[in-house]
Design a protein around this ligand. Structure first.
Ligand code: X2X
Length: 336
């Protein structure tokens, strides 16, 4: 064999190997999905459901590998969106709260007492305001696909029942990522302190903070009552939707068919998880009460006092969120 022929053979073999490797990679592509909560919670189950459906419909060509507990951002959930935008994370099922430092429009969902009920949440996420929010996310390099739900957030503490703003006076409350929460709890006379979920649990255990706010599912699954949170007030002051999303460059490498599968499965997983979260609220509340937590349900009058005390937050935050978005959302809520 002369050297040219040998070279051609080797080259052909190498090219064949490269094609094979490429097709194997294409066949078994794995994408990372970040979540804050694990599959012990509906949130983590939403991501697992998504992964399951994608595996099924792509015949295993696309694998979503879920990384819970904010581990891809070393516990700092407010960095999840940036990490997804930069490509460090391929995808996420994330909270509007945690992404709001990078996407100010998402503060819409944190406006105190803006969403009176579940129908109001649906009217916004499934309507024109939801589209505006998705455009805002997309303009920042991330492709949003579907909505899920962490749930209406309720406040708990270790000191005593909260029935009026005065009861929050001086209470040290752990809050999440966005500065809007500082403003809401300051307006109520509390002493808010911002920290990640990872840091919140030890802070509650040691009594470094007196209280926290989270949906019933989180309170129940994480057994927040067992770290001294004996008083829980149902005030539905905000709802925290979840968003299924993909890094834009990753999205561009996918085929039309893969994109369609990712989108339709995200919508299905989100609808499934939202329905489950809502259905389970009653049993969760009963379980929490059975464990000895004193639950306060506000009268209309008591509720109104909290609404009034937090009105100033709107004046400051509506322009940052975008007045048009706030107005569009309000119209959808009124028309629900
Ligand atoms: O940190 C929280 O409170 C949690 C788990 O609810 C969110 O990630 C928004």
């Amino acid at each position: 064999m002369n050297s040219t022929r040998r070279f051609t053979r080797i080259a052909t073999a190498l090219a064949g190997a490269a094609v094979l490797t490429a097709s194997l990679t294409a066949q078994a592509r794995e994408l990372s999905v970040s979540t804050v909560l694990s599959d012990a919670f509906p949130w983590g189950q939403a991501a697992e459901k998504w992964a399951e459906l994608v595996e099924e419909r792509t015949g295993g060509e696309l694998t979503l590998r879920v990384y819970p507990n904010s581990q891809l951002v070393a516990g700092d959930q407010t960095r999840e969106f940036s990490a997804m935008r930069s490509g460090l994370i391929d995808m996420a099922v994330g909270s509007t709260i945690n992404w709001s430092p990078q996407v100010p429009e998402l503060n819409l969902f944190s406006l105190p007492f803006f969403f009176p009920d579940e129908a109001a949440v649906d009217a916004v996420t499934q309507g024109p305001a939801g589209e505006m929010v998705f455009e805002a996310i997309e303009s920042r390099g991330v492709i949003p696909l579907a909505w899920g739900e962490n749930g209406f957030r309720q406040v708990s503490n270790s000191r005593g029942p909260i029935t009026e703003p005065n009861d929050l006076d001086g209470l040290k409350i752990r809050v999440v990522g966005s500065p809007l929460f500082q403003d809401t709890f300051n307006a109520l006379g509390a002493d808010p302190t911002q920290m990640s979920w990872t840091d919140a649990q030890p802070a509650l255990t040691t009594g470094a903070v007196d209280g926290q706010e989270n949906p019933l599912s989180v309170f129940d699954v994480a057994r927040i009552d067992q770290v001294g949170q004996e008083y829980l007030t149902l005030w539905n002051y905000m709802n925290d939707p979840l968003i299924f999303a993909v890094n834009q460059r990753v999205w561009e490498t996918l085929s039309e068919e893969e994109r369609e599968i990712l989108r339709e499965t995200a919508i299905e997983a989100g609808a499934w998880e939202t329905a489950m979260t809502r259905e389970e609220e009653h049993e969760r509340l009963a379980a929490i009460q059975e464990r000895g937590v004193e639950v306060v349900e506000l009268t209309e009058e008591q509720h109104a006092a909290f609404v009034e005390a937090t009105q100033g937050v709107y004046d400051k935050w509506a322009p940052r969120i975008g007045q048009e978005l706030v107005d569009t959302a309000r119209e959808s809520i009124e028309a629900r």
